[in-house]
Design a protein around this ligand. Sequence first.
Ligand code: SF4
Length: 345
Amino acid sequence: MTDVARRLLAWYDRHRRDLPWRAGPGEPADPYRVWLSEIMLQQTTVAAVIPYFRHFTDTWPGVAALAAAPLDDVLAAWQGLGYYARARNLHRCAGVVATDHGGRFPDRESALRDLPGIGPYTAAAIAAIAFGRPATPVDGNVERVVARLFRVTEPLPGAKPAIAAAAATLTPNRRPGDFAQAMMDLGATVCTPRAPECPVCPLAEGCAARRAGDAAQWPARAPRKRRPTRFGVAFWLRDGEGRVLLRRRPDSGLLGGLMELPGTEWTETAWDDAAARAEAPLAARWEPLPGEVTHTFTHFHLRLRLMAAIGAGPSGTWEHPARFARLALPTVMKKAIRHALDHGR
Ligand code: SF4
């Protein structure tokens, strides 16, 4: 075991964060809880995940229960965590584990990677934390700690392979799961992005960035590309009973499987009213509503206008707005619905 691993594990034994998915010291971890938490934690904070994790494990205490749940229930419970493709993959993965693996997660990184929604990071995290394999999960926290320890000056994302290789040299054969969690905890609580607390860090002695006195500036990042803007028009169609037409998005792609108002494609140039009307679900007196809805996705900004009409006929889901709460609607559609209702539609 390296000096880094020894010191970090000793620190972890005293300072580990108490998190609902973590097993107690010396207790075996539950692979279901490890997997669920790792999927939820992708690009979301620990504080945001805790209530969702509790709700999921109360509702579906094991992988078989989650596999048997209707997808819409899972998507509805996921609302607010973002990235719905993850929720759909979560449900698919539970199904594969329940049917193809007899309800047990595989215990090796390579087999874990074959499961839906499990990439290299998550496979390594589950292998290490749930099964004690000497795998090295490298998330943003670990990346930062390792970049500073070794003072990797090449900017991200180009430096990722070098950082991953350096991180792997630290992983011990004994307690690799605790070591992985210790690295995550150190990054989250001591080696923080803007103000690393080097004086209290258990790794200060061997840390190259601390020695150079420039820890806070690593890892460096290549400049981000500007987010482009896309434009769309959504159609608010009410029938004589006040119900609104909704449709389900295709399962794959952005917001896959979620409900939405019918609309145009989201394009790089704005739609004029005539072009938008040609895309409407039926020929009617479509009135543009004033203003627009804006929403920022990971890769683009969206500016969405609404057009409203009264009519019936097109197939889809017809639902009264009072019952929208039980549907899996993405945030951008909730904003669009609010916009229509605010304009008296
Ligand atoms: Fe991070 Fe400072 Fe510890 Fe180095 S010494 S790992 S920079 S907190």
